[in-house]
Design a protein around this ligand. Sequence first.
Ligand code: SF4
Length: 200
Amino acid sequence: MNSAETPVPGAPAQDETDQILHLARLVQSGAGAGGGSEPPLTPAQWTALRYFARANRFSRTPSAFSEFNATTRGTASQVVKSLIGMGLLQRRANESDGRSALIEITETGRARLRDDPTAALGAAIAALEPGLRAALSEGISALTSSLARQKGTPVFGSCRDCRHCDLEAQAAWCHCTHSRLDAVEMGALCIDFAPAARRA
Ligand code: SF4
């Protein structure tokens, strides 16, 4: 599409669809290459490593990861198990629920993220002009919400854009999980996220 053309609302968007899929393939290309002497990771293993590095305490479970990665719980569990076997993730008792365990990234896992194949995309996004970057972020959020609604799956996001987050309280408070939120959690990924109007 010529950049001077104005898209017609509701018109088929095959060009944009193809561009998004092409971008995703570009990001994944080379993802299987190992970092130095490290064994290579599959795209699903990279996604899991990033996910458990960023997910909050309510979301660091294999079942939440299966929702994030749009796979079955069995597949998600296998990916998690493989990363635990490589020493990149570890299982830890869940202090707020003795029947379940939380998955945590290890120091080795964090070090491995320095070879993250999506870093080039992150750098390209960070280099965008601020207005374009904000528009991109808003557009991606709208698309994710629309598809998640159609498929009946959760939308992941962080506290800053969540309608459960109360910033008026003395300390940030989550009305969904009834817990106080610290600065690190405010930027973490959450399976209980509910999109709200963006704050300035
Ligand atoms: S405020 Fe929203 S994103 Fe943050 S922990 Fe609560 S439900 Fe999750």
